[in-house]
Write a protein that binds this ligand. Structure first.
Ligand SMILES: NC(=O)c1ccc[n+]([C@@H]2O[C@H](COP(=O)([O-])OP(=O)(O)OC[C@H]3O[C@@H](n4cnc5c(N)ncnc54)[C@H](O)[C@@H]3O)[C@@H](O)[C@H]2O)c1
Length: 460
């Protein structure tokens, strides 16, 4: 069997590396239009950081795993084509800011139709609006004389930071297909690929629309839990309750469960915001404005939590940060990834720079140029980049700072020498823990004034 994956990004690269590693008899070609990204996949410095990814890639690359830019050749030779291109939020036109931009999906479908010489299974791996398979089928059949295509939906549920473990031992694999005999045969072909390492009972098969919709709904439910606990964090601060104690108290209820109840400065990542906005947009499109408004509020709560955090820094620092140095620890949207898309750190940093602070940032994995690109993309005027300093350690960032804020839960922040950081900062030394990562009572003993998410003053 020969597999082609269009798109060598955060999903395509790791997913195909895992398939190649677990299915030595299958040839896997991962193709992309981005030469630089492909060159990085073929080097010792992979374009993305994921624990365990290097070993899996090194074990299969050059044997049955190939990264290259010959998109048309790879499609022509493949029995199964995974479409793994980006589906960002539309920036202009109808649905701008909410609907999914499907231009890369459409282009991939047109290329498949153009070069295919025989039957193929086309797999939607990208996250797409429900009923996209219908559009794909129409484009494929209208543009191909020889091809006979079966379109399947196989959304990816991996989480960045734990992608390799998630791919190796997924909670479930979801495959949606047409209910016709040809559709079901295609589903079984894809099932047989995953069944090389995933038990059959963990592979769920559904109709196409259920599978497409389930991915959006899964992300919406996950994002909703974070916004729910973050909304409660504000109430905790106002009332003297402690959000971690509340989360523990409710999370032990087996109907609620303990996961995804960690209050924070707000969720980031490329998926939650765009997928919830897309779900909300779809609801409106299908004439369900009340459902649309319900889900949109999940995003509004997240935006509010990010700006609430920044406003708290400004008001705590005596209502002005002009000319003051503020250290931000962490830029990635979560630990163990170098992905920064929609990271809360971008918005906190941008707003502090707009307040004319000097911001000193440290992140163990993020390229400084990426930070600058993120800020400009978030609307920061270019001249304010002069007030951004990217440091090579947390200690350097916090040196001579008026305030230090933790924005990503990197493990190394827990074991920093907080005594010497305290010594090097202006006094009073303010610490804002946007992840509730640190030992707050130990920091208070050192002399820090600590502000944590959702920690009200129980004595007041
Ligand atoms: N990142 C995640 O954690 C995650 C998890 C689950 C699902 N998803 C979904 O998976 C999809 C891909 O996400 P990602 O994070 O890997 O995106 P990405 O931006 O990292 O990668 C997409 C890649 O596709 C390439 N590409 C675009 N058009 C192409 C074409 N016509 N031919 C060849 N290559 C092309 C781009 O150059 C890019 O390298 C999205 O729909 C996303 O919503 C992402």
């Amino acid at each position: 069997m020969n597999i082609c994956c269009i798109g060598a990004g955060y999903v395509g690269g790791p997913t195909m590396a895992m398939i190649a590693s677990r299915c030595p008899d299958i040839q896997v070609n991962v193709v992309d239009v981005n030469d630089e990204r492909i060159a990085a996949w073929n080097s010792d410095e992979l374009p993305i950081f994921e624990p365990g990814l290097d070993e899996i890639v090194q074990g299969a690359r050059g044997k049955n795993l190939h990264f290259h830019t010959r998109v048309e050749d790879a499609i022509r030779d493949a029995d199964i084509v995974f479409v793994c291109v980006g589906t960002p939020t539309k920036a202009a036109g109808i649905g701008a800011g909410r609907a999914a931009d499907l231009r890369y999906i459409e282009l991939a479908a047109r290329t498949i139709a153009k070069v295919s010489e025989g039957p193929k299974i086309i797999v939607e791996k990208s996250t797409i609006p429900v009923r996209t398979a219908e559009a794909l089928r129409t484009i494929l059949s209208a543009n191909s004389e020889s091809g006979h295509f079966q379109v399947l939906s196989n959304p990816e549920f991996l989480a960045e930071g734990t992608a390799m473990a998630d791919l190796d031992n997924p909670d479930r694999i979801l495959i949606g297909g047409e209910t016709t005999p040809e559709g079901q045969a295609a589903v079984e072909t894809l099932v047989s690929v995953y069944n090389n390492w995933v038990p059959r009972e963990n592979i769920i098969t559904t109709n196409l629309w259920s599978s497409e919709l389930s991915k959006l709904v899964a992300n919406a439910f996950l994002a909703q839990r974070i916004s729910s606990i973050n909304s409660i964090s504000a109430l905790c601060e106002a009332t003297g309750a402690d959000v971690d104690e509340v989360a523990n108290a409710i999370g032990t209820d087996s109907r609620i469960g303990p996961k995804f109840l960690k209050a924070s400065v707000g969720f980031g990542g490329s998926c939650f915001q765009k997928d919830v906005l897309n779900l909300s947009y779809l609801c409106e499109h299908f004439g369900l404005p009340e459902v649309a408004a319900y889900w949109k509020q999940v995003i509004e709560m997240n935006d509010w939590q990010k700006s609430r955090f920044t406003k708290n820094i400004v008001s705590t620092l005596f209502n002005t940060v002009t000319g003051k140095r503020i250290a931000l620890l962490g830029w990635a949207f979560k630990k163990d990834t170098n992905d920064t898309r929609e990271s809360a750190a971008i918005y906190v940093c941008r707003d502090l720079l707009l307040e004319e602070a000097t911001v000193a940032v440290y992140d163990p994995k993020v390229d400084p140029e990426q930070m600058k690109r993120d800020l400009l993309y978030a609307g920061l005027p270019e001249n304010l980049l002069d007030n951004l300093e990217v440091c090579d350690s947390a200690t350097a960032a916090a040196n001579q700072a008026h305030g230090t804020a933790v924005l990503t839960e990197w493990d190394e922040f827990k074991t920093l020498d907080w005594n010497s950081i305290h010594e090097s900062m202006f006094k009073p030394a303010f610490l804002f823990d946007g992840r509730n990562l640190l030992d707050h009572s130990a920091l208070t003993t050192i002399g820090f004034n600590v502000y944590a998410i959702g920690k009200g003053d129980a004595e007041s």
